[in-house]
Design a protein around this ligand. Structure first.
Ligand SMILES: Cc1ncc(COP(=O)(O)O)c(C=O)c1O
Length: 437
């Protein structure tokens, strides 16, 4: 008999309300619980199990590495660490760059900021990030995140963080109803904020390149325009690819959709890097940034930097994405998904907006009134009927993730087309049966 409900302090919930099945196994897009029930995972757990659950090649790679060598610190070399760094530099086209390994996404973002500050010669330089973003739950990344849930816990200014409005086309902070114009105004605004603060005081701009777990999907022109605005002012651009990487947005890394015009100076990775089989994050530095650090002391480190077991999992994961054509598959199925969700929007007045679909990541935004776009509940609250919908879906064997008024659809990239269609059909039915007012 498990005592997890009483003994574990669980994240992002009221402890007394935590109530979840115990998962004992998984395969493909499915999870199995201790009562023998199966759940179709429509969120890749925390948008991280991009390869599905228990991917056999990754499991085998972990087993093989465990037999050879479980651990050595970064003070010594490790074969899987070297091989994974090389694979990441090749996949991202960051020839001549370097990779710093962390344990997850938050510490990758913290280190990207450290490296950008050191390389720019502005050790306490400002970092510009945006509202409605999520970069982690450590103190510095709470300061970087524009997250309504945690904003009260931290003073961004104390961490040298300046926030700007997000490129949220459905509710454009710049008053536009045209996504392209919203993307343009949002990027221009970052340039204006750099000028206002003084470019010699700004070390970096850190943002999600396409989509984020706070439900924003930037209009396509935003990222390349942001790149122009930052490059023109000699300010480093850090792409947080923790969620958007490894096929989630239809590319290995979401910025690649824009080719060289989208290339950041640094990017951060985690989640899909091992398909969540083991914890691992990374900061990939361009050759120019790495060159600036080449002959300076680097005063940072983590005991488990580049843990061999995690790197072996990462290497096998990268191989699996390539061998199984999963990046292309995500792009193709993402298009199908968006079309299906558009059809749902036409049928259900409670759906105000659907966005995403560059890969297997899409957001459904629910509203109380479509014309006024009035939200169903004040952000970041989740409306009761939506909580009820999710509970009913789980009873029916499908697990959906929500955030506020949003349903986030991000299944493993290996999901069968039939499974995806069945999940959307269930959602269609439950949206129709819910009492929204
Ligand atoms: C875009 C983004 N950045 C950073 C993080 C933080 O990653 P971790 O939870 O591994 O610290 C997340 C996690 O959801 C994320 O979505």
């Amino acid at each position: 008999m498990t005592t997890e409900r009483e003994d574990v302090l669980h994240s992002w919930c009221v402890q007394a309300d935590w109530d979840a099945p115990t998962i004992v196994g998984g395969a493909g897009a499915r999870l199995f619980d201790s009562a023998g029930r199966s759940y179709l995972d429509m969120s890749s757990l925390a948008e991280c199990s991009n390869l599905g659950h228990q991917h056999p090649a990754v499991v085998r790679a972990i087993q093989a590495q465990a037999e050879r060598l479980c651990f050595v610190t970064a003070a010594w070399g490790a074969e899987p660490r070297a091989a994974l760094a090389r694979a990441l530099l090749e996949r991202s086209g960051f020839a001549g760059g370097r990779v710093f390994f962390t344990l997850g996404g938050a510490d990758a973002n913290e280190h990207a900021v450290k490296f950008a500050r050191q390389a720019s010669g502005r050790p306490r330089g400002l970092v510009i990030s945006r509202d409605r973003s999520y970069h982690g739950a450590s103190y510095a990344t709470m300061a970087l995140s524009g997250d309504a849930r945690t904003g009260h816990q931290v003073d961004p200014a104390a961490f040298g963080v300046v926030r700007v409005p997000p490129p949220y086309a459905y509710r454009c902070p710049f008053g536009s109803r045209d996504p392209q114009q919203c993307g343009e105004l949002s990027a221009q605004h970052v340039g204006a904020v750099i000028d206002r603060e003084g470019r010699e005081r700004v070390a970096a701009v850190l943002m999600e390149a396409n989509a984020g777990t706070n439900g924003i999907v930037a209009p396509p022109n935003f990222w390349p325009r942001l790149r122009e605005e930052t490059a023109r002012r000699g300010v480093y651009l850090i792409a947080d690819e923790v969620m958007s990487g490894f096929g989630r947005c239809g590319e290995w890394f979401a910025w690649q959709r824009h080719g060289e015009g989208g290339r950041p100076d640094l990017m951060t990775l985690a989640k899909g890097l091992t398909g969540a089989h083991l914890p691992l994050g990374a900061v990939v530095l361009s050759a120019a940034v790495a060159a600036r650090l080449e002959r300076e002391m680097l005063y940072t480190g983590l005991t488990y930097c580049g843990h061999p077991l995690a790197c072996a999992a990462g290497l096998a994961a990268v191989q699996a994405y390539a061998d199984e054509g999963l990046i292309e598959r995500s792009r193709a199925l993402g298009g199908t998904l968006l079309r299906e969700l558009e059809a749902l929007r036409l049928r259900h007045p409670v759906i105000g907006d659907v966005r995403g679909g560059d890969g297997l990541f899409a957001v459904i935004e629910l509203v109380a009134d479509r014309d006024s776009r009035a939200p169903l509940a004040p952000w970041p609250d989740t409306p009761a009927p939506l909580r009820e919908l999710v509970a009913r879906a789980r009873q029916a064997g499908v697990s959906f993730a929500t955030r506020g008024n949003l349903i986030i659809i991000a299944p493993p990239l290996v999901i069968a087309e039939r499974e995806l269609a069945d999940a959307i059909a269930l959602l269609d039915r439950l949206l129709g049966e819910a009492r929204w007012s």
